[in-house]
Design a binder for this molecule. Structure first.
Ligand SMILES: Cc1ncc(COP(=O)(O)O)c(C=O)c1O
Length: 428
C-alpha cells in the first residue's frame, strides 16, 4: 500500500473520509508532504510539477520565501489581538483600495465563502430586497445563499439543484439561477422579479465551469441591467482577484461592480479574503458605530493572513509576475491545443491568463451547455496518466489548472511532453 493510501486510511478513523474538504478526495489517492515553488513531493517521496495550486490559492509558488519570511517575522510579536486595528491591516486596506478600481473601502475575513456571504448580506441590507441572482456553473462558496446549481448534471440544469442536504429551503428559493453569458435570461428574471433582487453575483470569468470567458458585452450588460433594476452587481473575484491582475479582472475588463469579493491567490495560500466596494455601501457595516449590517469574525485581520497579503502584493506591484504568468499560460494553452491535434483528439483548451483546462469535446466553449459536452471519462483517464508521469493536475472532472510564477518555460515544455504521452495512453 502506498504511504498516501495508508495516511488516508489512518485519517479516516478520525476525520470522516480522511480529508477536511470534500474536494480533497482523489483517485489516485494522494497526500503531499512538501511544496516548493512549482513542485510538490508526495508522502511516498515522488515529485510532481504542480498545477493544482491548492485550487488556485498558490500564485507565486509554494512556500514563497518572501511571503513565508514576512509572516514568520510578524508573528513573533503579533498574531491576533481582537481589539482595534494594526498598522498592517491599514496598510493592506490601502493597497487594495489603491489597486482595485471599484474598491473605496474594504474589510477582510478568512475565506472566499465568508466574503460572498458578507457581500450578499450587505446587498440585502442596503437594498432591503430578498433575492439574489447567481449563474449556473458558477461556485460562489459553501453557504446556503449560493450553493445551488453549481456543476449540475444535465438533467438538473434549469431546475432547482441544491448542492447539499441540510440547506434551508427558503435560502435556496431566494436564489434565482441564470445562464452565464445570457443577458436576455438575466433581463427576463429581473423583470419577473421586479424590485425583489438585491444583487447579481457573478464570477467575471466562470473559472468554476471551467474556462467560460465572458462574451463581449456580457459584464457591461450586467452592469447596465443592475443599474436599471436597482440590484447591486457583485464580482466574485475569489479566483480572478490578483490572479489575473493586481486590480482584479475588473481592471482588465473595465467594468466596475458595486461590491467585489476576493480570496485564494491574494495571500498566496494563507487564509485571507476581502469584501470591498463603494464607500457608502461598506459604511453600512457595523464596524462603524452607525452601521446596521453585521460584520464580525474573531480571526479577521489576523497577522498571518494580513502579512501574507502584503507580501503577495509586494511581489505583484510592478506587473512583471503577471506578464510572466500570462506568457506561460499562453505557452501551455497553445501547446496543449497542438498536442491534442497531433494525437487526433477533439479538444478545446479553455482558460485565461495563468489558468488552463484541456476539455475533450468539439468547440465552442461558451456556455454551461457546452461544458456538459466534455468527455469526462477521457478527461479523468488523461489526468491519471499525467500523474503517473509526474505532472499533477487535480484528477477531478473539469477541474481547472493553475500556473504559478514559480513555473518556468522548461516546466511547461516538460509538462507538454508528458501531456502528449498521457493523452496517447488515455485514448489508447
Ligand atoms: C469564485 C469562488 N468564490 C468563492 C469561493 C469560496 O472560497 P473558499 O473556498 O475560500 O470559501 C470559491 C472557492 O473555490 C470560488 O472559486
Amino acid at each position: 500500500m502506498s504511504a498516501s493510501a495508508a495516511l488516508l486510511d489512518a485519517a479516516a478513523e478520525v476525520i470522516p473520509g480522511g480529508v477536511n474538504t470534500c474536494r480533497r478526495r482523489s483517485e489516485p489517492r494522494i497526500c503531499f508532504r512538501r511544496g516548493e515553488g512549482a513542485y510538490l513531493e508526495d508522502v511516498d517521496g515522488r515529485r510532481f510539477i504542480d498545477y493544482h495550486a491548492a485550487y488556485g490559492a498558490i500564485l507565486l509558488g509554494h512556500s514563497h520565501p518572501a511571503v513565508v519570511e514576512r509572516v514568520a517575522r510578524a508573528i513573533e510579536d503579533t498574531v491576533l489581538f481582537g481589539v482595534g486595528v494594526t498598522e498592517a491591516e491599514v496598510g493592506l486596506a490601502r493597497k487594495i483600495v489603491e489597486h482595485v478600481p471599484s474598491i473605496e473601502q474594504v474589510v477582510v475575513c478568512n475565506s472566499g465563502s465568508e466574503a460572498t456571504y458578507h457581500a450578499i448580506r450587505l446587498a440585502r441590507g442596503v437594498t432591503g430586497r430578498p433575492k439574489l441572482i447567481k449563474f449556473q456553473g458558477c461556485y460562489n462558496g459553501f453557504h446556503d445563499y449560493v450553493l445551488r446549481n453549481v456543476m449540475s448534471a444535465p438533467e438538473r440544469v434549469g431546475r432547482r439543484d441544491p448542492h447539499s442536504a441540510g440547506m434551508l429551503e427558503a435560502a435556496v428559493d431566494a436564489t434565482l439561477v441564470c445562464r452565464y453569458n445570457d443577458l436576455d435570461d438575466v433581463a427576463g428574471v429581473l423583470e419577473r422579479h421586479d424590485g425583489e433582487v438585491a444583487a447579481v453575483i457573478v464570477e467575471p470569468i466562470a473559472h468554476n465551469s471551467p474556462g467560460l470567458l465572458p462574451r463581449d458585452g456580457f459584464l457591461e450588460g450586467l452592469r447596465d441591467l443592475c443599474d436599471r433594476s436597482g440590484a447591486l452587481l457583485i464580482f466574485d473575484e475569489v479566483i480572478t482577484g490578483f490572479r489575473h491582475h493586481i486590480g482584479g479582472f475588473q481592471a482588465i475588463a473595465g467594468v466596475l461592480p458595486d461590491l467585489t469579493t476576493m480570496g485564494k491567490a491574494i495571500a498566496n495560500g494563507f487564509p485571507l479574503a476581502a469584501i470591498g466596494g463603494r464607500r457608502e455601501l461598506l459604511e453600512r457595516y457595523t464596524t462603524r458605530s452607525d452601521g446596521d449590517v453585521h460584520f464580525g469574525g474573531t480571526y479577521n485581520g489576523n497577522a498571518v493572513a494580513v502579512e501574507a497579503g502584503l507580501a503577495t502584493i509586494e511581489q505583484l506591484e510592478d506587473g512583471r509576475v503577471h506578464e510572466r504568468l500570462f506568457a506561460l499560460g499562453e505557452r501551455m494553452r497553445s501547446g496543449l491545443a497542438e498536442v491534442a491535434a497531433r494525437v487526433g483528439v477533439p479538444a478545446v483548451v479553455g482558460g485565461y491568463g495563468s489558468l488552463f483546462v484541456l476539455c475533450f469535446m468539439d468547440g465552442p466553449l461558451d456556455s454551461y451547455d457546452d461544458v456538459l459536452r466534455n468527455d469526462n471519462e477521457l478527461f479523468m483517464r488523461y489526468r491519471r496518466e499525467l500523474i503517473r508521469r509526474g505532472v499533477f493536475e487535480m484528477p477531478e472532472s473539469l477541474g481547472r489548472s493553475h500556473i504559478s510564477a514559480a513555473h518556468t518555460e522548461e516546466d511547461v515544455d516538460r509538462s507538454l511532453e508528458a501531456a502528449e504521452e498521457a493523452l496517447r495512453a488515455a485514448v489508447g
